[in-house]
Design a protein around this ligand. Structure first.
Ligand SMILES: Cc1cc2nc3c(=O)[nH]c(=O)nc-3n(C[C@H](O)[C@H](O)[C@H](O)COP(=O)(O)OP(=O)(O)OC[C@H]3O[C@@H](n4cnc5c(N)ncnc54)[C@H](O)[C@@H]3O)c2cc1C
Length: 472
C-alpha cells in the first residue's frame, strides 16, 4: 500500500479522502476514506471500536456517515483488486504492521503468525527444521493469513486445509478465538475444528471481522522432492488430462499437478506445448519408484506425453515445492517478467479469473475453447491446479500494458466475457475480483453477518454479491 498514512478514518467527504493507489488490475479506482496502519492488536481493537461507535451514531441515529473498515494483510491480492475495497468510502485497515511469528512448534506441526508474516519470513524461520510451510506460487512476500482468508491454493493443498485457528477482533471490538489454539508446550494434538460447531471458515472469504493471528499447520519436511516435467501438444489436451486424472485417482501422482497452457509454459522455457509439473515427495525409494512407473507410462505407445528437459522444472521450481526460502523471489519474478512484489501494482497490467472445472479431458478442452473465444483480442495464459481427483482450479491470467487505456479496456471486456461464458456453463469461480462480487449470500449467511456486524463496521466484500444500485 502506498496511500499516505492517516491516523483515523476520515469522513468520506473530508479532504483526506483519496482515490486508491494503482493496482495491477486497473479496476475502477475507489474513493478511500483513509488508511489505518495499526502495529498491535490493541491498536486494531481501538480502530474497530471507533468505527463501531461511528456506525452506531450513523445518520439513522443522527451522526455523520460511518466509514466501514476494509482489513487487508499485505494487500497483494493481484488480479482481483489488490488492496481495493469493493465499494467507495471505506478505510483500508492495513494489518501488515502486525508481523510477529508468535510461536513455532515443529513437534506438533504448527506456527502462530500475524497478518504481516509473509511466506518467506516463515520459510526462513523453518530452515533446518523438519517442518515446511505449504507455499503458494505467488510472491514470497505475500501474507500467509491473507491467502488463507482467500482460501487460496498452495503447492501441496489448498490453504484452507492449513488453517487450524483464528484470532479475531469482532465488529464490537471484542477479541475472540476460533478453532484450535495451543497451550504453549502442551500435549494437545492440532485439531482444526476444535470441538462443537466448527467456526474457522465462518471467517474465510468473509468480511465479518479483522483477523489478527492464525494457527497455521506445517507439513513434515519431505526427504526428497522430484518435480517431473512432462509436455504434450495442444491437440492432445483432452486425452492427456484424462490420463493425468487416472494417475491421480490411482495415487500414482498426488493431487497437486499443475498443467500450464502453451502461454503459461513459456515461464519454464517450453514453447508451443502444454507442460505438466508432477510433484513427487517422500522418501527417496518412493519418489524413485514413482518416477520409474511414470516414465514407463510416458513411453507407452500412444501416450500423449514426452519428458521435457530438466530445465522445465529446475532448481527454483524444486525449491518452491520443498518449501525453501527465496527472499529474492526468483520464481515469481520469472512469472512476472522481472517485476518484484513491490513494483507489480505500478508496472504490470494483470487480471485473474479463477473458475473450478471438472477434472476431465472433455471439460478441459471445452474450458480452453471458452478462454480462447473470450480472450481473442488480448493475451491470456492458463494454469490448471489439480485440487483432487474430480476438480481442477483454472487460473486464467490476462496480461495487458497498464498505461494503455485501450489495452486495459480490452482486458476488462475479456474478463466480463469469461465470467459470462463460464457462468453459462455452470463453472463458477471459487474467488473473484472487486468488480465481479460472487452471488449474494444465502439467508443464513445474512443472519450470521447481521448478528456479527449489524451496523456494517466492516466493508461489505467480494463474497456478498453485487453492490445494490444507489438510492434514487
Ligand atoms: C504470478 C502470480 C502467482 C500467483 N500464485 C498464486 C497461487 O499459487 N495461489 C494463490 O492462492 N494465489 C496466487 N496468486 C494470487 C495472489 O497474489 C495471492 O493469493 C496473494 O496471497 C493474496 O494477497 P495477500 O496475501 O497480500 O492477501 P491480502 O490481499 O492481504 O488479503 C486478501 C483478502 O483477504 C481479506 N483479508 C486479508 N487479511 C485480512 C485480515 N487480517 N482480516 C480480515 N480480512 C482479511 C481481505 O478481503 C483481502 O482482500 C498469484 C498471483 C500472481 C501475480
Amino acid at each position: 500500500m502506498t496511500t499516505p498514512r492517516t491516523d483515523a478514518p476520515a469522513a468520506p467527504d473530508s479532504p483526506a479522502a483519496s482515490a486508491s493507489p494503482p493496482e495491477t488490475g486497473r479496476f475502477r479506482p475507489r474513493q478511500l476514506a483513509g488508511l489505518l496502519r495499526p502495529r498491535t492488536v490493541e491498536e486494531v481493537v481501538g480502530h474497530v471500536r471507533a468505527a463501531a461507535r461511528a456506525a452506531e451514531d450513523s445518520p439513522d441515529g443522527g451522526g455523520s456517515a460511518p466509514v466501514p473498515l476494509h482489513p487487508v494483510s499485505t494487500g497483494r491480492n493481484w488480479g482481483l483488486g489488490s488492496a481495493l475495497p469493493v465499494r467507495d468510502g471505506a478505510a483500508v485497515l492495513d494489518l501488515s504492521g502486525l508481523d510477529r511469528i508468535r510461536e513455532i512448534d515443529t513437534l506438533r506441526g504448527y506456527a502462530v503468525v500475524e497478518p504481516g508474516v509473509t511466506q518467506d519470513l516463515l520459510a526462513q524461520r523453518l530452515t533446518g527444521t523438519d517442518r515446511v510451510l505449504n507455499l503458494t506460487g505467488a510472491s514470497r512476500h505475500t501474507s500467509i493469513i491473507g491467502n488463507i482468508l482467500e482460501r487460496g491454493v498452495g503447492l501441496h493443498r489448498t490453504r484452507a486445509e492449513d488453517l487450524a485457528g483464528l484470532e479475531l477482533v469482532l465488529a464490537d471490538g471484542q477479541r475472540v478465538r476460533t478453532g484450535w489454539w495451543p497451550a504453549p508446550g502442551g500435549p494437545a494434538v492440532v485439531q482444526p475444528h476444535g470441538s462443537g460447531p466448527s467456526l474457522n471458515h465462518l471467517f474465510t472469504q468473509a468480511s465479518w471481522a479483522a483477523v489478527t493471528a492464525a494457527v497455521v499447520r506445517l507439513r513434515p519436511r519431505p526427504r526428497t522432492v522430484t518435480v517431473l516435467p512432462l509436455t504434450f501438444p495442444a491437440d492432445r489436451l483432452n486425452g492427456a488430462v484424462d490420463v493425468l486424472r487416472e494417475w491421480t485417482a490411482g495415487h500414482l501422482v498426488p493431487a497437486t499437478t499443475k498443467i500450464y497452457d502453451p502461454v503459461a509454459a513459456r515461464t519454464y522455457g517450453v514453447r508451443d506445448r502444454y507442460l505438466a509439473h508432477l510433484a513427487l515427495t517422500g522418501d527417496p525409494e518412493v519418489t524413485d519408484a514413482l518416477t520409474r512407473i511414470v516414465g514407463d507410462r510416458v513411453r507407452t505407445p500412444g501416450s500423449p506425453f514426452e519428458h521435457a528437459s530438466p530445465g522445465a522444472a529446475d532448481a527454483d521450481v524444486h525449491a518452491a515445492y520443498a518449501g525453501r526460502p527465496d527472499p529474492a523471489d526468483t520464481l515469481f519474478r520469472r512469472k512476472t517478467g522481472g517485476c518484484c512484489a513491490r513494483c507489480l501494482d505500478r508496472e504490470r497490467g494483470l487480471l485473474m479469473f479463477l473458475p473450478l472445472v471438472p477434472f476431465r479431458g472433455t471439460a478441459a478442452a471445452e474450458a480452453a475453447g471458452l478462454v480462447r473465444d473470450a480472450t481473442a483480442d488480448c493475451t491470456a495464459g492458463v494454469t490448471m491446479n489439480v485440487l483432487d481427483a474430480d476438480t481442477v482450479d483454472h487460473v486464467v491470467t490476462i496480461g495487458f500494458t497498464p498505461d494503455d487505456p485501450d489495452a486495459a479496456r480490452r482486458a476488462h471486456r475479456a474478463l466480463d466475457r469469461l465470467h459470462t461464458a463460464f457462468a453459462a456453463r455452470g463453472w463458477l469461480p471459487y474467488r473473484s475480483d472487486v468488480d465481479h462480487p460472487l452471488p449474494p449470500h444465502t439467508a443464513l449467511h445474512r443472519r450470521l453477518r447481521d448478528a456479527l456486524d449489524p451496523h456494517g463496521v466492516f466493508a461489505r466484500g467480494r463474497f456478498e454479491g453485487p453492490q445494490p444500485p444507489p438510492a434514487p
